[in-house]
Design a protein around this ligand. Structure first.
Ligand code: DAH
Length: 345
């Protein structure tokens, strides 16, 4: 009879006192699996008369809950015990697990080094937004309306706006404008930051990279000041005896403009792959701030003059550590990054 069986199994369950995890598993296999007793009793329940069903339905459900509750209780007590056993079995004589420290990114290392050199000359650090308007990125810097750098190919535009498009800044020169608009001369600032250009990614070009901009505006600032400042910078960064040379160039925001080369850091000028056998490598652009730029920023160009320069941090880093593929900087490959662990922080 179904009722007898239920009573008999209930008693067995109530008396169940497992002494191992195996006992608990045996209980589960006997009562709770699909071929177990609980399921079988429910099958049998289908065959009894409807009078019996009325009485036994509730009893059978309670029986099922009893079996499940007992199993859960037994299981939790044994799983805790099992974990404790495992813990105490650990071999305390094994060496501890060391944890790995991260390291500074080479770009951060070099940016910091550049900043430190100029700080000693009295330059302060200034920053500006990466999302810029046309005025700060181009117009105030004396870019003619049809200048090719405004072309869609170079600039990531965010929003077209009548006369003042919003875009990702293409250079840190935009921060010069923000700085001069917001204050009064003298300015002596260094402006590090990330810049964006719409270029296909390759070993030699990337759609984002880092620059450090410099600006010095005061009364009577001359090209000689520019040359001496940058010469000092190069001696500090690449070592005494590194030669510099200036080549005439063009930037809309400086007049006159120049590009500065240094004697090749690898072959010291003898000629190698890196300098394409010329003995020289270009490291930055510079010049005297164009009077139009000063006026655009509300500064009297008759009273004040200044110099500016801008360099790519990736380029400076490549020369310092001889890294040939720009993509390494943004791939987060720890085999590359861990090589800088020992550098000074
Ligand atoms: N903004 C220029 C560039 O991205 C670099 C530069 C050149 C900055 C000359 C300057 C400068 O301040 O005077 O290529």
């Amino acid at each position: 009879m179904l009722q007898d069986k239920i009573e008999q199994y209930s008693q067995e369950i109530q008396q169940f006192a497992p002494t191992s995890a195996a006992d608990v598993e045996a209980f589960r296999l006997k009562f709770l699996v699909s071929k177990g007793i609980v399921k079988a009793l429910f099958e049998e329940f289908k065959t009894v008369s409807s009078d019996e069903k009325r009485v036994l339905g509730k009893v059978l459900n309670e029986f099922k809950q009893l079996a499940e509750r007992k199993f859960e209780e037994a299981q939790t007590s044994f799983s805790i015990e099992v974990k404790e056993n495992q813990r105490s079995e650990g071999d305390l004589t094994l060496p501890g697990e060391g944890f790995q420290l991260g390291s500074r990114h080479p770009i951060s290392l070099v940016r910091k080094e550049i900043v430190e050199i100029f700080k000693k000359l009295g330059f302060v650090v200034a920053e500006g937004p990466e999302i810029e308007d046309d005025w700060h990125n181009f117009s105030a810097l004396n870019f003619a309306p049809e200048h090719p750098a405004r072309d869609m190919q170079d600039t990531f535009f965010i929003k077209k706006q009548e006369g003042n498009d919003i875009a990702l800044r293409t250079h840190t020169s935009s921060v010069q404008v923000r700085l001069m608009e917001a204050g009064k001369p003298p300015f002596r600032a260094l402006m590090p930051g990330r810049v964006y250009r719409n270029e296909a990614i390759s070993a030699r070009a990337h759609c984002f990279f880092h620059q450090v901009e410099g600006l010095y505006v005061d009364e009577n600032v001359s090209f000689a000041d520019l040359k001496q400042t940058l010469f000092h910078f190069v001696q500090e960064l690449y070592g005494e005896g590194t030669k510099v040379r200036f080549r005439p160039s063009y930037f809309p925001f400086t007049e006159p403009s120049a590009e500065m080369d240094i004697s090749c850091t690898i072959c010291k000028g003898a000629g190698c792959n890196l300098c394409k056998y010329s003995g020289w490598v270009e490291i930055l652009g510079c010049g005297m701030v164009d009077p139009n730029v000063l006026e655009n920023c509300g500064i009297d160009s008759k009273k004040y003059s200044g110099f500016a320069f801008g360099m790519g941090v990736e380029r400076i880093t490549n020369l310092k550590y001889v890294i040939k593929d720009l993509r390494l900087f943004s791939e987060n490959d720890t085999r590359f990054l861990s090589q800088f662990e020992t550098e000074l922080l």
